[in-house]
Structures are given as C-alpha cells and as structure tokens.
Ligand binder design. Structure first.
Ligand code: SAH
Ligand code: SF4
Ligand code: F3S
Length: 464
C-alpha cells in the first residue's frame, strides 16, 4: 500500500452508504447474534464501519452475566454518546442501539439511566431491527422491545444471508435455559429452552459449507439439551452431529456449552464413533462441594460429575476437558472451596474459565445474607487459577512431539506463518512452505513447543 501517492478525491460509494459498528460482549452466542445482525443490516444497505465514530448506527451487543460485564456497557455508552454529539455537531447523526442480555434484563430502565440511547432490544427480537430503525426514524422516539418470540426469530433469520465467515463458524442450535442455577441470569435474559428444527440447522450448515466453512461450533446455553423437531421425531444433539458430519465440506464439529445433566449416552458414543466430532468438551461443574452444588441448584453432585467424566474418557480417552468455576458462592467455606481444588486435581482440565461469584439482581443467591467478602473471593480465585493454569500447561506440554491435524484459520504475524487450531482447540502456529496449503486446509503438524497461549509446530503434510 503506498499512502504517499496523491489520489484524487472522488465520491466513492462508501460516502453514501450507511455504516454500522457492532461491539460484542459476552458469550459465543452473542458473537453469533452479532453476525446475524450484520447480515440483516447488509440487506438494509449497511456496511461495517471500522470505528464507532464513523458509524450511522452503533450497536452494543451486551452481556449481563456478571456485574463487571454489565458495567462495561454503561462506560462504553458514555464514550459513544460523546461521539454522537461530535457527529451531530458536524451535521451527521448516529443511532445508538443496546442489544443483548443487558437490554433484555434492564429494558426501559436502561433507556432512562443512560441518555442518548435510541433502541433497546433483547436477544429474541433482533430480527426486527429494520422495523425498529424505521419506527425510530419516523417517530424520533426511543424504541424498547424485550419480548420472547424465539421461534419467530429463527424462522425469520433462516431466510436471510449471514455476513462473511472464516473457515470456522458458530451456529446457534438451542437457546435459553430452564435450569435456573441460583446464581445465573441466563434463564431470565434468554428465556426458556428452545431448539431450532433439525432441517433449519442443517440448511444453515450447508450454507456455511458452501461459503467455505470447514468447522462448525454448535451453540446453545445448554446445547446438549438440544431436541430439534425433525421428520423422524425429535432429534438429539448426537443425531444432529451425525447428520452434520454427512455434509460435504464440514470436517469438524464442536458444541458448547453442555450441562452435566444433559450429557446423554448417544452423545458420549458419538465421541467414540464420529471422527468429525472434535475431542474437546466444555462441561462446567462450577464447584466441588455437594452442599454448594445443591445451593447452586445444579442438579448434579461432584461424584456424578466425576462418574460422567470417566464415561466420556472411556469413550474418547484423549478428550480435552474444559470447565467453568465459581468461587465464593454465598456461604462457601474454606473447606468447601478446597473441595473444588480437589475436584480439579482429580479431573485434570485442559483449559477452564473461573470467576468470582457476582450477585445478580433477581437471582435467588443474590438475596442471601451470607455473601463472601471480596478479598476472600479474590484469594480463592487466584489459588484456583494457579492450579488450572498448571493443568493447562501440562496438557499443552503433553502434546509436544505428537503430530496433530491443524485447521489453518489465518495468517500469522510473520510472513509464511499460519495459525490454526488443533483438535483440542489449541492455537498452533507454524511455517507453511511457499505455494503450500491455504487457509481452510487441514494439515498434519508436529508439535515442537509450548507458549503461554499457543503451541508452535512444524508442517508435515496436507491432509484435507
Ligand atoms: N450455559 C452455560 C454458561 C452460562 S454462563 C452453562 O450452564 O454452563 C458462563 C459461566 O459464567 C457459567 O458457567 C458460570 O461459571 C459463570 N457465571 C454465571 N453466573 C455467574 C455469576 N452470577 N457470578 C459469577 N459467575 C457466573
Ligand atoms: Fe445459567 Fe445454570 Fe442455565 Fe448454565 S445451566 S445458563 S449456569 S442457569
Ligand atoms: Fe452474557 Fe447473555 Fe451470553 S448474559 S454470557 S451474553 S447469554
């Protein structure tokens, strides 16, 4: 690129096209939803802006899971409001939309608390975005929509084109949660469990494959509770995986997040028998103490979780396990926290996410009067994370010397370098010979080294 050359200034189509900037917080489902919103807006003539100040429409796709996540939205809104004022001063407008789980949880209150917001809509109704924009344009009023018609949303989305994808894509198959863990806002923000019909999911996957997607990650708040309506009755997640693995071009299948209660035999068997199903399982346990698990309303014990892990490993011995943990749930004693450490030692995770308990408005655990002091939570979090990090490094180190198939996803920082993912979801970088395989190829890679967040390898050969 030669930016020294003097290019005559001409009106390019970009100067007349509307632009949208979407900032996404939270889980992969929000990432998926943002992609779908981009797709909808592309149909309305919106192109992606590189920065919010350039955008006619800014959407914050928000997360309500912990206090910090929700607070980020308010501080971001403060900044966006300044940009809006600057645009207004130069005769341009900016529509500010808050979508996602904070929008769902706070609705009208959000619009009242943070001035300058034009649209507020929850995760279930973003397919009506063009209508909200029109209504706002016509009335000049704030539009707030927080209904729950999940079925209608997926029906509407199925006919629209999603925006561009890389070689790995998310695909939401199930949404919502009926588990009501006592700490969690998801059942309130995403509504009750709903599965998309089998054919709708397969059609979307075929569309992704046609665009060059080779790896699909099936998403759901409780993805293994998937029960999609199909011609031959309800299809389980295992059945969906089988059907997906028959789609030409789809080489890898993953799914997240699973609940231990919904880990059915057929899904465990799929890990033994289906080579396209990747050996990685995110199976949150949250805590190792049965008393705490009961207070969390998890519906499983530490022992039932351990027994499940043993069954999964019997089916697929090399499976990489991942989990979520909460420390400092109300009333958690030091001894109970140590039971979490003991469970982690017994399982040996390849990766994990761990959090300090955050009281969420409207959830039963937030009402309890035995909340744990912040410094105690922080101390427990540090101890747990040190152990989990040790295990992650041990898992990665165990890969050194092995030859693993890596799906090439993007170029690396240095020329000739490429970055991809191992079956265990590790990031792997390597040198690719000139004229060698492209992004989207699966290459055998000999693992040579372990960095803090990735592996380095040597390209062996191109397999698919
Ligand atoms: N549906 C998934 C994930 C839900 S949210 C599941 O059931 O596993 C992702 C993670 O956030 C949870 O697994 C939990 O570890 C964490 N989390 C949820 N609510 C929380 C809270 N109030 N405080 C701290 N962490 C929380
Ligand atoms: Fe939240 Fe529990 Fe549902 Fe997961 S299973 S989304 S933690 S209520
Ligand atoms: Fe956050 Fe909503 Fe996902 S609360 S974790 S964005 S389901």
């Amino acid at each position: 690129m030669n930016d020294m050359s003097a290019t005559p200034v001409v009106a390019s189509p970009e100067t007349v096209e509307k632009k949208v900037f979407i900032k996404t917080y939270g889980c992969q489902m929000n990432v998926y939803d943002s992609t779908r919103m981009e797709g909808i807006l592309a149909g309305e003539g919106y192109a992606a802006a590189d920065a919010p100040e350039e955008a006619d429409l800014v959407i914050l796709n928000t997360c309500h899971i912990r206090e910090k996540a929700a607070e980020k939205v308010y501080s971001e809104l403060g900044k966006i409001r300044v940009m809006k004022a600057e645009r207004n001063a130069s005769g341009k407008d900016m529509v500010i939309a808050v979508a996602g789980c904070v929008a769902q949880a706070e609705g009208e209150e959000l619009a009242r608390r943070a001035k300058g917001i034009d649209l507020v809509f929850g995760p279930q109704t973003f397919h009506r975005l063009p209508e909200y924009l029109a209504r706002h344009r016509e009335t000049g009023r704030v539009v707030v929509e927080t209904e729950f018609p999940a079925e209608e949303k997926f029906g509407a989305l199925a006919t629209r084109n999603a925006a561009g994808h890389g070689v790995a894509a998310f695909l939401t198959v199930q949404e919502g949660c009926d588990k009501f863990c006592s700490f969690c806002v998801v059942p309130y923000t995403r509504g009750s469990e709903f599965s998309r019909p089998l054919d709708q999911v397969l059609a979307e996957a075929r569309g992704l494959a046609a665009k060059g997607v080779r790896e699909v990650t099936l998403l759901g708040q409780n993805v293994n509770a998937y029960r999609g309506a199909g011609a031959a009755g309800e299809a389980s997640l295992a059945r969906l995986v089988t059907e997906l693995s028959r789609i030409p071009g789809i080489e890898r299948i993953r799914y997240t997040t699973s609940h231990p209660r919904d880990m059915s035999d057929d899904l465990i068997e799929a890990h033994a028998g289906n080579a396209k199903l990747m050996p990685y399982l995110h199976l949150p346990v949250q805590a190792g103490s049965n008393r705490i698990l009961k207070a969390m309303n998890r519906g499983h014990t530490a022992d039932s979780y351990m027994a499940l892990v043993a069954r999964v490993r019997a089916a697929r011995p090399d499976i990489a396990l991942s989990g979520d943990f909460i420390v400092g749930f109300p009333g958690e004693t030091e001894a109970e926290f140590e039971e979490t450490l003991a469970l982690v030692r017994a399982v040996e995770y390849a990766s994990a996410f761990s959090f300090k308990y955050s009281p969420r408005p409207g959830t039963p655990a937030a009402e309890r009067d035995d909340q744990i002091a912040e410094d105690v939570k922080l101390d427990r979090l540090h101890r747990l994370q040190a152990l989990l990090m040790e295990q992650q490094q041990a898992f990665n180190a165990g890969c050194v010397g092995r030859t693993l198939p890596v799906l090439l996803e993007k170029p690396g920082r240095q020329s000739g370098q490429m970055i991809g993912r191992s079956p265990y979801l590790q990031s792997v970088h390597m040198e690719i010979p000139a004229g060698g395989p492209h992004i989207g190829s699966i290459v055998e890679t000999r693992i040579l080294g372990v960095g803090p967040n990735s592996l380095s390898g040597q390209y062996v050969n191109h397999v698919a």
